[in-house]
Design a protein around this ligand. Structure first.
Ligand code: PEP
Ligand code: MN
Length: 262
């Protein structure tokens, strides 16, 4: 049977959410937590537009070690506050086993990012934690690699895994990555796990996020994870691909219409 992952019950306060159920589940929020005003403003905006979960990085896997690495523990604290105030369950990235206890104290769902998809000790640790996991496809990973990475989590006794297609690296450098939409129906055929799409990291450009989001839902994705910022020009990280709250609300209306037509 298809897996439905339930969120929001572990830490209290947040409204319950599910991924893999009848509705398209949209996770949204900033790339990274920058401060209290920012994360609270974006959390409220995405909730008002119909997002069921808040995303935001406290530990960021940056390509350059000289780029902003995230607020760390302070970022986790702000995410926990945003969960209480906006009432949305929170997903945030876990980069290593050492920070797992801290992240577990604030996150309803653990994100394993593309760069860590084959970090097997980390996969086993998040598996043992029992907390729902959002596993993003590595940008040089096949769908089989992704499914076997998920098995590391499942085999530790944690059935709460959501897969995420977020673009792969191809010869075409006109987008940040190339969205592999074919992975969506393929994963639906091969696996019982929910699959969501990240059009933000796939395209890297805000003006292409909405068309890719529409296509992902039309292809049968169980949900989306989308970066939103109230002032993208001033974002610390990934501002070029962030939707503003009004464009996010427009995207939500469009994908709801597509989902209703399926
Ligand atoms: C993210 O979601 O913030 C992120 C870094 O994504 P990915 O691991 O897909 O690059
Ligand atoms: Mn990002």
């Amino acid at each position: 049977a298809d897996t439905v992952v339930h969120l929001g019950s572990e830490l209290g306060a947040a409204q319950p959410a599910e991924i893999g159920g009848a509705a398209v589940a949209v996770i949204a929020g900033p790339c990274t937590v920058e401060g209290r005003d920012q994360v609270l403003a974006v959390a409220q905006a995405v909730k008002d537009a119909g997002a069921v979960m808040l995303r935001g990085g406290a530990y960021k896997p940056r390509t350059s070690p000289y780029a902003f690495q995230g607020l760390g523990i302070e970022g986790l604290r702000l995410l926990a506050e945003a969960r209480e105030i906006a009432g949305l369950p929170v997903v945030t990235e876990i980069m290593d086993v050492e920070t797992l206890p801290m992240v577990l104290s604030c996150a309803d769902m653990l994100q394993v990012g593309a760069r860590n998809m084959q970090n097997y000790p980390l996969l086993r640790a998040v598996g043992r934690s029992g907390r729902p996991v959002l596993l993003k496809r590595g940008f040089a990973a096949t769908v089989t690699d992704l499914l076997l990475a998920a098995e590391y989590i499942l085999s530790e006794g944690n059935p709460n895994v959501v897969l995420c297609e977020r673009g792969i690296r191809t010869f075409d450098d006109s987008a940040r990555f190339t969205l592999d939409l074919h992975a969506v129906p393929l994963i639906k055929q091969l696996s019982h796990l929910p699959v969501i799409v990240d059009p933000s990291h796939a395209s890297g450009r805000a003006d292409r996020v909405v068309p890719l989001a529409r296509a992902a839902v039309a292809a049968g994705a169980d949900g989306l994870i989308v970066e939103v910022h109230h002032a993208p020009a001033f974002a610390t990280c990934d501002g070029e691909q962030a939707l503003t709250p009004p464009s996010f609300a427009s995207m939500m209306a469009q994908v709801e219409r597509i989902a209703a037509a399926l």
